[in-house]
Design a protein around this ligand. Structure first.
Ligand code: ASP
Length: 366
């Protein structure tokens, strides 16, 4: 009798417990929003990348164009395959950026542009959307893959950003590979520096002729470049969503051709060049760094999504076309559902996007 009572009680407890469990599951995963709109499913994974934005002439040699497209496709394949295997978005972001840093076509790692003194100073950052942890390095001269050092800063130090000599000493402590500064040099970037110097000299002459004071009042503005080949495009960036729903973003660059020594752009600045938050999106930017810093571009896109409930696409459009000036550059971003935005206001942006639905595309112009 007592045993019968216990068994029947146990059975009803199981029924009650499973109903609560089912209810809890349903409560955690509503199928509609409060206003009755269906909630779209999240993609298993998604990834987007850029290789810089700027004045990229449509008349470039077919071979040069195909070389860029192949590099973008190879980079995207690495990222897509890693995410497909279940690797984290952070690992995918770092691996793809390392690949692009080693490709001398891009202005990051090997192939970085020159400062006005003929040296290379590299910047990079990475951010984890799961816990808002972030790491960055600025003005490094001998670190072969700055993105890897940025990740070490994030995971192995209690700081967010290291600069110059301290960053390089930290690289030694972490066993991160260092190279001579000349490792980053290429003939093409040297020619770009020479032409940027000539152009700057001409502009300075023109300004001083008109009004000597104008030189100082305009000193924060980048050189207005009319020759497509020495616009400093080529910064690289990646944003990804992994199978666990975690977002990550990273950016790496040599900065701007003919920059003053010590100048740091937006790429290593968390909130300007890079941002990731699992609640909204992951963003990497490219363009005139000073403008991107002043407008906190990467964070602002996430904030518009969070505080105005905007879609990723609308938030990106607002920031790139309304907050910045036309021609300033662009962003690539992925949101928590796997939607991708690749928005730019310059004539071109090297870019790519892939996801678990089979999307796979690379492009340069509109
Ligand atoms: N944003 C980079 C910088 O200002 C340059 C670029 O993206 O081309 O350093």
């Amino acid at each position: 009798m007592i045993i019968n009572y216990l068994i029947s009680n146990l059975a009803s407890s199981v029924v009650i417990a499973s109903s609560i469990g089912l209810f809890a599951l349903t409560a955690c995963r509503p199928e509609t929003t409060e206003s009755g709109q269906p909630i779209p499913d999240r993609l298993d994974y998604a990834i987007t990348l850029h290789g810089g934005a700027g004045v990229i002439s449509r008349d470039i040699d077919d071979q040069v164009r195909d070389g860029y497209l192949t590099s973008l496709e190879d980079a995207l394949t690495i990222g897509r395959d890693l995410l497909n295997e279940g690797v984290s978005s952070l690992d995918a972001v770092e691996a793809v950026i390392r690949f692009l840093e080693d490709d001398k076509r891009f202005n990051a790692g090997k192939g970085s542009v020159y400062t006005s003194e003929g040296q290379h100073e590299l910047d990079a950052s990475i951010m984890n959307g799961h816990d808002l942890n972030a790491g960055a390095v600025a003005g490094v001269r001998t670190v072969k893959n700055p993105i890897t050092l940025a990740r070490k800063v994030m995971e192995e130090s209690r700081h967010v950003m290291f600069a110059g000599d301290g960053a390089e000493r930290f690289a030694d402590q972490m066993g991160v590979e260092r190279v001579e500064n000349s490792y980053f040099s290429t003939d093409r970037r040297r020619q770009q520096l020479n032409r940027a110097r000539e152009q700057a000299a001409l502009q300075n002459e023109a300004r001083t002729d008109r009004d000597p004071v104008a030189l100082n009042s305009d000193k924060t503005h980048p050189i207005q470049v009319t020759d497509p080949d020495f616009y400093p495009f080529g910064t690289v960036g990646v944003a990804a969503l992994d199978r666990d729903g975690n977002l990550a973003a990273g950016t790496s660059t040599g900065g701007m051709t003919n920059k003053m020594p010590g100048r740091i752009g937006d790429s290593p600045v968390i909130a300007a060049g890079t941002y990731a938050d699992n609640n909204t999106c992951a963003v990497s930017a490219t363009g005139h760094g000073e403008k991107f810093i002043r407008n906190a571009v990467a964070y602002q896109i996430c904030a518009i999504m969070e505080f105005q409930g905007a879609s990723l696409q609308d938030a990106a459009r607002t920031v790139i076309h309304e907050k910045l000036d036309e021609g300033d550059g662009g962003i690539i971003a992925v949101d928590y559902l796997g939607n991708i935005a690749m928005e730019f206001s310059s004539p071109g942006m090297f870019r790519g996007a892939a996801d678990s639905n089979g999307r796979f595309e690379v492009a340069i112009w509109e």
